[in-house]
Design a protein around this ligand. Structure first.
Ligand code: SF4
Ligand code: SF4
Length: 371
């Protein structure tokens, strides 16, 4: 299977103000081109485009191609589930919306601490295993947005899953909040193949600072910044598919062209991406180095570097694109840590910060935006 998958969460719209008004005719053209070039993997989910991602896929692909021409992944929402009966209601609706009688890959969507507790309470992993036994699902997995310790816990509790979907890109690889690299290593240790989501960080890495763009163009004048980001994720050995949420034909042409005869990044390209990462990180609004000297002594257990990282992400990249993702991580953090506004201004953190950051003042900025 080719390593590029079509993420169906940012489909073209006929009206940009209505996320549910998907331009199905354009999706048909994009799907045709995607399949024609030998790609097969599509990834949708119950909430994408308020349910219209699944139906657009039915119209564009299911009704027009035989079932063995494509691989379809869908996901069970995990936050709003109240009772065990909800699983069947949603799963049956998904089959109907997509117009299929089985899913190749089926995931528990967006697991973090809070959602994992909910899924455990309702035996969600047993449910997807049952669907697999019934032949309604060929492979089971989950998509994940939390730290590597929780990922390890889940894979210990549920060794039966076939794969994990992770957010991996060259900016989040060393991120203390997202821990993409650490999460990838956990999957390797547990023998679970990885599907990558957000390789272009919600589209943010498609537009890099001018200085970084020059470095990329000097080495490969025709390669788009997005191509560097997708190839970075696809170069990881244990990655089977990298999803790209393509929104128009131009993006689709670009992605399918550079992934056609995929070549992993060479040492020179890795060096350039390292420099690009440094340039992007140097534009941080709060120049926190994530050394973590401050947090162990905080009486309110405030996740200081993690909050700063999320704040910086919103300042460095397109906030509209980043908001949902960043908010998910913020909500996860406040589940186990003090909120920015819980700061009692004791000053412990500022006394130990080697960067001499005005942490108390900066936490107010974070609180103003997130809380
Ligand atoms: S000043 Fe606020 S953030 Fe810093 S250690 Fe004290 S309570 Fe924690
Ligand atoms: S001590 Fe300063 S630089 Fe280090 S993590 Fe805390 S705020 Fe960031």
């Amino acid at each position: 299977m080719k390593k590029l998958g079509f993420g169906l969460m940012r489909l073209p719209l006929v009206d940009p103000n209505h996320v549910e008004r998907v331009d199905v005719e354009l999706v048909k053209k994009m799907a045709d081109r995607f399949l024609e070039r030998g790609y097969t993997y599509f990834d949708t989910a119950y909430p994408y485009h308020e349910g219209r991602s699944e139906t657009a896929f039915r119209e564009a692909v299911v009704k027009r191609y035989p079932r063995d021409r494509y691989i379809l992944a869908d996901k069970m929402p995990t936050r709003s589930l109240k009772t065990e009966e909800d699983f069947d209601l949603i799963f049956d609706e998904q089959l109907k919306r997509c117009g299929v009688d089985y899913f190749n890959n089926y995931l528990l969507h967006n697991l973090n601490r809070e959602r994992y507790e909910n899924v455990q309470r309702l035996d969600g992993f047993d449910y997807i295993a049952r669907k697999k036994a019934e032949g309604r699902v060929l492979h089971t997995g989950f998509s994940f947005h939390d730290d590597s310790a929780l990922l390890e816990q889940i894979l210990t509790d549920h060794p039966e899953v076939d794969f994990v979907q992770l957010q991996i890109n060259y900016i989040d690889w060393d991120s203390p909040t997202i821990e993409a690299g650490k999460c990838y290593d956990v999957c390797c240790r547990y023998g679970k193949p990885v599907i990558v989501m957000e390789p272009v960080k919600g589209g943010s890495l498609a537009r890099v600072p001018e200085e970084a763009l020059e470095l990329m163009k000097e080495y490969a004048p025709d390669a788009s910044p997005a191509s560097w980001a997708i190839r970075y994720a696809a170069s990881l050995d244990n990655v089977t598919v990298v999803l790209s949420g393509m929104s128009d034909l131009e993006q689709l042409e670009d992605n399918t062209a550079f992934m056609q005869d995929f070549k992993p990044l060479n040492p020179d390209e890795r060096k350039i991406l390292h420099q690009v990462r440094e340039i992007i990180n140097s534009t941080r609004a709060i120049p926190c180095t994530a050394c973590r000297y401050c947090s162990p002594g905080c009486p309110m257990n405030i996740a200081i570097p993690e909050y700063f990282r999320l704040y910086n992400t919103l300042q460095q990249f397109d906030p509209e694109r980043e908001w949902n993702n960043v908010q998910t991580y913020f909500n996860t953090l406040i589940h186990t840590h003090g909120k920015p506004s819980d700061c009692i201004r004791c000053g412990q953190c500022e006394a130990v910060c080697p960067q001499h950051l005005p942490i108390i003042e900066d936490l107010v900025k974070v609180s103003d935006i997130f809380e």
